[in-house]
Design a protein around this ligand. Structure first.
Ligand code: FES
Ligand SMILES: [Fe+2]
Length: 450
């Protein structure tokens, strides 16, 4: 059990605090915190049909086997068979359950042992055995699981991009070999976009009067951060059209969600989930509810960022073709020319791949005591503090962390907006930040994204 650091001195984390905030295995404070919530475990497409092949799933440092039974229900069982530990990955997925091929014990999706053919017929041993099984639900193309202590799990979070069946829902998943929090911190760090993704852009090449115009005229921003019921919200502003500021708003939501700043506030419906497979591997779920009429920004974000075919390995799911073994296809010639979206970094493949390359390059768990944090890191400092406080409150007082029993606090949106210079940014954006609201007056072309 790590010692609790007394304070975050100027936002700096001690070694103990860094361990606390990074590690998510069973019994760790942050692992216990995450186990209070439903967790996106897989894409539904990984289990394409009833009785399809079982899949190895690494989640919060636990080895699990996922399968879809004959009725289409998803089971998530601990991978060692409760009899003598054979891996249920090798199991036969047949007739409403997963059967261990060692001695034939068979388990339903809730872990009930439904058949024990190696025991004599009069034995009632079957009734005494249960496999560890985590409840699942499917919604919007995602298999969710609850790995926590409650008999009756809490509700799923009301995440609009995973719920809008009237929209075109998409879920894209990628894996990277680094700790979940350093990946997430990239999403709430608005100013890097003006360098990593757009350092080559000249302001006078941008569509006049759009977000991009103002973003590249001024590559810094002033930050304001507030706590919300379920995390934190920042507004970062710089000059906009005469009399206005250009604001970029983004949410952090417990425990590992964020809604980042690109796009138009009130219009964009998207969320990123940075789910820890273990301390050193993260699965990112990019959930979007697209306007079926318009397609904006998606190409730039994901274009040229393909994943390899999934393998059955514990770490074989959603690996990206660009990775440290090929330096993320870094092209020094592109970097030297310094033009276009990949020009500054030399890393092709869109913003998501550039983000992954950089947070991956920090190493599997960055030692944050080496950081030097500035004024634009204020949101990151706030989120770390909220996480540490919530993990401490759970461990010491048993306090349920934010949002677990309040699905409606996830009904929010993020993005950019022009506000009059004298506006209160929180009050002025209240309606635009509400999920499930249609704003017919908004024009997505305002972003200037191609
Ligand atoms: S180890 Fe699975 S049935 Fe024996
Ligand atoms: Fe980024």
């Amino acid at each position: 059990m790590p010692r609790w650091g007394a304070t975050l001195r100027n936002g700096m984390l001690s070694v103990e605090e860094n361990n606390l905030i990074s590690r998510v295995g069973p019994g760790t404070p942050m692992g216990n915190l995450m186990r209070q919530y439903w967790i996106p475990a897989m894409a539904s497409s990984e289990l394409p049909h009833p009785d399809s092949d079982p899949v190895r799933v690494m989640l919060l440092g636990e080895k699990l086997i996922a399968f879809r039974d004959s009725n289409g229900n998803v089971g998530l069982l601990q991978h060692n068979c409760p009899h003598r530990g054979a891996s249920l990955f090798f199991g036969r997925n047949e007739e409403g359950g997963l059967r261990c091929v060692y001695h034939g014990w068979k388990f339903s999706t809730d872990g009930t042992c439904v058949d024990m053919p190696n025991e004599p017929a009069e034995s009632d041993f079957k009734q005494k055995v249960k496999a560890v099984a985590y409840p699942t639900q499917e919604r919007g193309g995602v298999v969710w699981t609850y790995m926590g202590p409650r008999i009756e799990p809490p509700p799923l979070p009301d995440l609009e991009p995973n719920m809008r069946s009237d929209r075109r829902l998409s879920v894209r998943v990628t894996q990277q070999e680094s700790n979940w929090l350093q990946v997430l911190e990239g999403d709430i760090d608005t100013v890097h976009a003006g360098f990593l993704h757009g350092g080559s852009y000249k302001p006078d090449e941008m569509p006049k009067g759009t977000f991009r115009d103002y973003m590249y005229r001024d590559r810094t921003a002033r930050f304001e951060v507030i706590n919300t019921e379920c995390g934190a919200l920042y507004g970062a502003y710089r000059d906009g059209p005469p009399g206005y500021n250009y604001w970029r708003l983004a949410y952090y939501l417990f425990p590992f969600y964020d809604m980042p700043a690109p796009g138009l506030l009130g219009y964009k419906i998207s969320c990123i989930c940075r789910v820890p497979m273990d301390d050193e591997h993260t699965l990112s779920f990019f959930m979007n509810a697209h306007d079926p009429e318009v397609q904006l920004g998606g190409g730039e974000r994901f274009g040229g960022n393909p994943t390899l075919p999934n393998t059955t390995d514990w770490y074989g799911r959603f690996r990206t073709k660009a990775n440290p073994t090929n330096d993320f296809f870094l092209d020094r010639e592109i970097q030297r020319r310094n033009e276009g979206h990949a020009g500054y970094s030399g890393i092709p493949g869109g913003a998501a791949m550039q983000d992954a390359a950089i947070t991956w390059s920090m190493g599997s768990i960055y030692q944050r005591q080496n950081e030097r944090l500035g004024t634009t890191d204020v949101m990151i400092i706030r989120v770390r503090r909220r996480l540490i406080d919530a993990a401490r409150a759970l461990a010491e007082q048993g306090t349920t962390p934010p949002g677990v029993d309040d699905p409606e606090v996830y009904r929010v949106r993020s993005g950019g907006v022009f506000l009059p210079k004298d506006a209160n940014w929180v009050a002025a954006t209240e309606d635009l930040r509400k999920a499930f609201v249609h704003h017919a007056e908004l024009d997505p072309a305002l972003t200037g994204d191609a």
